[in-house]
Design a protein around this ligand. Structure first.
Ligand code: ZN
Ligand code: MN
Length: 481
């Protein structure tokens, strides 16, 4: 009988609130160690935590989006352990009454839609960072990250392969992003996944699991899952035992190694944090969060396809990141031409972004309706669709706007790029080309239709950049006929 893989995920998402979870320190990233700290997040004696309201609201948003029950009387607990990066010697987290429970997320798999159950979502604080071996004098501590708010999203062991895990992480990432609660920069560790994996023969009880911690790349996650599955099969088929342990993935070597035997929940001596009162969420608060929930990516896709008649493919590209969909919505609104806007973004804009290595997450312009780029792109869309400029001039100016922020109208005037829609000018150009290329004309009339492209090229050359290709084509066809 074949082995079945059973996987559960614990995902930590760093929240994009302005301040930390229990103090007023800024969450903004700083290279200067220990500059975003205060007595609370440094664990000084007598300093007391005060809960950040925004963290609770972000947690509620995610809970609602993931179909969870919101716990009306939620509590914070201390998870006790000693490690130098956690100055209190405990982490404030939630164990007994987490803010969200019993939700689910639907993913697309090869066998159709699959429901992944969410066991719970809880709020907690992040730990600091240890910097080892600087100046060869041991370890240094940077507490800037202490107290950065995290949501930990704990799934049920519902995954059976790495493709399902990736589909879930993609969907979760998209949800966090469009809820505006996390920047989702994987490479900066804004989302980290712990993979709990065991194997069993179908129908058997769950096997002993291992946990591979702190994974922040989809590629590495897939490799680590395949590796761990194969490792466990080999151990069990050789008659060995799997130990419950925490493992670390080494992506360069393509292997993982055991770090420590896995702690059990009782090892942490969890108890309710006496410094923080229970958190009560009333109907009004919950209803106001529900009523103001941002539109999610899949809802945007449905709306774009339904209301704007853009293709499913284009809708998928536009919702790859919130910054792109903001750009799309702003330009569509001003230009009033959503299909043309979708073509512009999925074509030229994506190409230009690629060429300049600009990631969607780093896109800063086009995010508000009053951004000057929005108006410039909208003007260009108006010009090309009304026949003032041709498609190749359009692309040229889009690129000039993108790279040098030119003013489209000045650019067109200075370079004389308005489309030549004058019939006489086109007829003259066609006449000239035909008389200069008698041989080609004879070839064409003799059945060599390929020659048309050449003649067309000559006509456009005569007309210059402002040539109207459609008109020119029509006149040339008539002349040849
Ligand atoms: Zn602080
Ligand atoms: Mn955690």
């Amino acid at each position: 009988m074949k082995w079945e893989t059973v996987i559960g995920l614990e995902v930590h998402a760093e929240l994009s609130t302005k301040s930390k979870i229990f103090c007023g320190c800024s969450t903004s990233f700083s290279n200067e160690p220990n500059t975003k700290v205060c007595p609370v997040c440094c664990g000084m004696p007598g300093a007391l935590p005060v809960l950040n309201r925004a963290v609770v609201e972000y947690a509620m948003r995610l809970g609602i989006a993931l179909n969870c029950e919101i716990t009306r009387l939620s509590r914070f607990d201390r998870k006790n352990y000693f490690y130098p990066d956690i100055p209190n010697a405990y982490q404030i987290s939630q164990l007994y009454a987490p803010i969200c429970r019993y939700g689910y997320l639907e993913i697309e798999t090869e066998e159709g839609v699959k429901k992944i159950n969410i066991h719970q979502i809880h709020m907690e604080e992040d730990a600091g960072k240890l910097i080892h071996d600087t100046h060869g004098k041991g370890a240094l501590m940077d507490f800037n990250r202490c107290g950065i708010p995290l949501l930990e999203i704990v799934s049920k062991p519902d995954f059976r392969n790495s493709a399902e895990v990736i589909a879930y992480l993609e969907k979760l990432r998209e949800t966090l992003l469009f809820l505006d609660i996390c920047d989702c920069k994987m490479q900066e560790g804004s989302i980290r996944a712990d993979i709990n994996l065991s194997i069993r023969k179908p129908g058997e009880e769950l096997g002993v699991r291992t946990e591979t911690k702190n994974m922040n790349s989809f590629k590495a996650i897939t490799r680590a899952i395949e590796y761990e599955r194969e490792r466990q099969i080999e151990v069990l088929e050789d008659g060995g035992l799997i130990f419950q342990e925490t493992r670390r993935w080494d992506d360069d070597k393509g292997t993982s190694y055991g770090m420590r035997t896995k702690e059990n929940i009782q090892d942490y001596r969890y108890f309710p944090d006496p410094d923080l009162p229970p958190l009560q969420i009333d109907d009004n608060w919950l209803e106001s969060i529900k009523a103001n929930l941002p539109e999610l990516a899949y809802q945007k896709r449905q709306r774009y396809i339904r209301d704007f008649k853009i293709t499913e493919y284009a809708a998928g590209i536009i919702t790859v990141h919130k910054n792109i969909s903001n750009l799309f919505e702003n330009v569509s609104q001003i230009s009033n031409q959503p299909v043309e806007t979708a073509n512009l973004i999925t074509g030229e804009i994506m190409r230009l972004m690629n060429n300049s290595n600009l990631l969607p997450e780093d896109l800063t312009w086009g995010q508000t309706a009053d951004c000057p780029y929005i108006k410039k792109l909208s003007v260009l869309i108006g010009f090309v669709t009304s026949g003032k400029i041709n498609r190749s001039v359009y692309k040229e100016i889009v690129e000039a706007v993108f790279t040098s922020n030119v003013d489209p109208e000045n650019y067109i005037t200075q370079k004389g790029l308005l489309m030549v829609n004058d019939d006489n000018a086109i007829i003259e150009a066609v006449k000239a080309v035909l008389s200069e290329n008698q041989d080609s004309v004879t070839d064409y009339r003799g059945g060599k239709e390929k020659v048309f492209g050449f003649l067309m090229g000559q006509v456009m050359k005569k007309l210059g950049k402002g040539g109207n290709p459609e008109l020119a084509k029509k006149v040339l066809e008539e002349a040849l006929a």
